[in-house]
Design a protein around this ligand. Structure first.
Ligand code: MLC
Ligand code: AMP
Length: 520
């Protein structure tokens, strides 16, 4: 067990709490539907929820799986879980029953919290998997979680956690196969949050526009930890609204978003140098930011987006510089089309397929090591072994290079992954569903450029001899089974798929053929 040197505190919540302002009656979160929460509200409500979890006498290391709409109370539930020493497992609200069944079956959570409207089907899945308690939480403060927590004490001492105690599990497909739970510890997240506070120059008076969902690394960890560990107020949007985001810039200083959010804000005529002048920092990540978007943003607002690179397994890895600080001499420019430098403490190397490290400028697989790195996948030691090298570097599945000035460029992915509006879509999963449909012989899901989502999927399908396939019917079937962001934006039925001499489908040729479908 090693103690956090900066704070002497092990528990992630306790470290965040230590940064709350002295005046706990000040506003910590202001929502888009007119509610205000003080710092005391965050402390007390998360204490009540933590006490509720403790009263359930959960086993050590118990998982709390949560699939609820975005709300401040959902954030408090996250904080309650880590302060009580349990493991938070956030789930995208778009997931449908087959997806939820897999996650719950794999993680075996002791507690599941779902939206009131989903209680029927979620609780059935959860109880079948051995879950002890199922609560509900609506985005309007309704549901059994708060009804029970209201009777609990608002005093709770965060548990003593070791830096390597598990705090969260985030499901991701990594480079291959079925979804795996990346295990993140208190130490992984706290070290990242503390380093970013410094690296991104968080300062007194900062106000964050929180516009992202809170079931992935970007909205849940980078944004929330960033604001809390600086004692900064958040302007909270339950759902991203570009007009409102531009309007709120007058009261804020920091914005974080996936590239689609920037594309949508650029479509707002009100976005000008004047409306953005109160802002200190615009941060983008989770998907490649097009150089056009980077340049247009600079032209319209006079401000340079800071692009950074991260993953569920690692939290934040690299970043363009915030400041011309002497410590980062010669590295003060935010360069579009790059993801900046490895963050302090992170080692990054580029290797070829044979495991040789490549020199500056050469393209290969990006590998990383650092205090932010997940120790592996939940109950999948063989998958962990596959994706880590023998000397402890994580194979990201991203392909890139380091240029002569030290900036990291991501030029592609060796993993078969489509990133659409910041959400990951795994072609193998969608193809598996399509291939099961009657009359389908084979399918290939490819990613093509899209003006709004950056990249979207197109399903290219061949039928069994004599079968008459209907593309719309295939899409409708997928819609009934899968999260909406995974649904291909188009489906085409073709007589054959291009193959190499080994019979493998050549997706690169298909990508080329369909690349102008949604002309960017
Ligand atoms: C919604 N749709 C999507 C989609 N989001 N399709 C593809 N990709 C997406 N991301 C679907 C809807 O279901 C709908 O389909 C249609 O597209 C249009 O919906 P919309 O109303 O325009 O979408 P909206 O609800 O506004 O959502 C768009 C969005 C959202 C960009 C705001 O996708 C979003 O919040 N993305 C952020 C994801 C994120 O936080 N990623 C961070 C991962 S962490 P239909 O058929 O119903 O009309 C990570 C690590 C790191 O990667 O580095 O940070
Ligand atoms: P996830 O597993 O959902 O966290 O997604 C992580 C993946 O998002 C990374 O492996 C990258 O492929 C991608 N990603 C994150 N940030 C960036 C970025 N700034 N540019 C390009 N890709 C990114």
């Amino acid at each position: 067990m090693h103690k956090n040197l900066k704070t002497g505190i092990h528990n992630l919540y306790a470290a965040l709490r230590a940064a709350f302002p002295e005046d706990l009656s000040a506003i910590a979160v202001e929502t888009d539907n007119g509610l205000s929460y003080s710092w005391a509200d965050i402390e007390q409500a998360s204490a009540k929820m933590a006490n509720l979890l403790v009263s359930l006498k959960l086993p050590a290391g118990a998982r709390v799986a949560v699939q609820v709409e975005k709300s401040v109370e959902a954030m408090m539930l996250y904080l309650a879980t880590i302060r009580a020493g349990y493991v938070f497992l956030p789930l995208n609200t778009a997931y449908q029953s087959a997806e939820i069944e897999y996650f719950i079956g794999n993680a075996e959570p002791a507690v599941v919290v779902c939206s009131p409207k989903n209680f029927g089907w979620v609780s059935k899945i959860a109880f079948k998997a051995g879950t002890q308690s199922v609560f509900t939480l609506g985005d309007d403060r309704s549901g059994s979680l708060l009804e029970r927590a209201v009777h609990c004490s608002d005093q709770h001492m965060p548990v003593q956690s070791a830096a390597d105690d598990l705090a969260a599990i985030l499901y991701t497909s990594g480079t291959t196969g079925r979804s795996k739970g990346a295990m993140l510890t208190h130490g992984n997240m706290l070290s990242n949050a503390q380093m970013l506070k410094d690296y991104w120059g968080w300062q007194k008076g900062d106000v964050l526009i929180h516009a992202l969902p809170i079931f992935h690394v970007h909205g849940l960890f980078v944004a929330i930890h960033g604001a809390l560990i600086n004692g900064s107020k958040m302007i909270w949007m339950a759902k991203f609204d570009p007009k409102l985001a531009v309007q709120k810039m007058a009261e804020a200083t920091v914005f974080m978003g996936v590239p689609t959010l920037y594309v949508r804000m650029l479509a707002e005529p009100d976005l000008t140098k004047e409306t953005a002048k109160h802002m200190r920092l615009f941060i983008a990540g989770s998907a490649p930011l097009l150089l056009e978007t980077f340049n247009e943003w600079k032209e319209r607002t006079g401000q340079t987006i800071l692009e950074r690179y991260g993953m569920s397994e690692t939290v934040m890895l690299t970043s363009n510089p915030y400041t011309a600080d002497a410590r980062y001499a010669n590295q003060s420019e935010r360069r579009g089309g790059t993801v900046g430098f490895p963050l302090p403490g992170v080692s990054l190397r580029v290797q070829d397929d044979s495991g040789e490290s490549l020199p500056t400028g050469e393209i290969g697989g990006i590998q990383l090591k650092g205090p932010n790195m997940s120790s592996g996948y939940w109950r999948m030691p063989e998958k962990t072994a596959e994706e880590f090298t023998s000397d402890g570097f994580f194979k990201t599945g991203d392909v890139g290079k380091i240029d002569e000035r030290g900036y990291v460029h991501i030029v592609g992915r060796s993993k078969d992954l489509i990133i659409s509006g910041g959400y990951n879509v795994y072609p193998a999963e969608i193809e598996g569903y399509i291939n099961e449909l009657p009359g389908v012989a084979e399918s290939a899901l490819i990613g093509v450029p899209h003006p709004d989502f950056g990249e979207v999927g197109i399903a290219v399908v061949i039928s069994k001899p004599g079968a008459a396939l209907n593309a719309d019917g295939i899409l409708a079937d997928l819609k009934s089974k899968l999260a909406n962001f995974k649904i291909p934006k188009r489906c085409v039925v073709v007589p054959e798929l291009p193959r190499n001499t080994m019979g493998k489908v050549q997706k690169n040729l298909l990508r080329d053929q369909y690349k102008a479908t949604f002309a960017v």
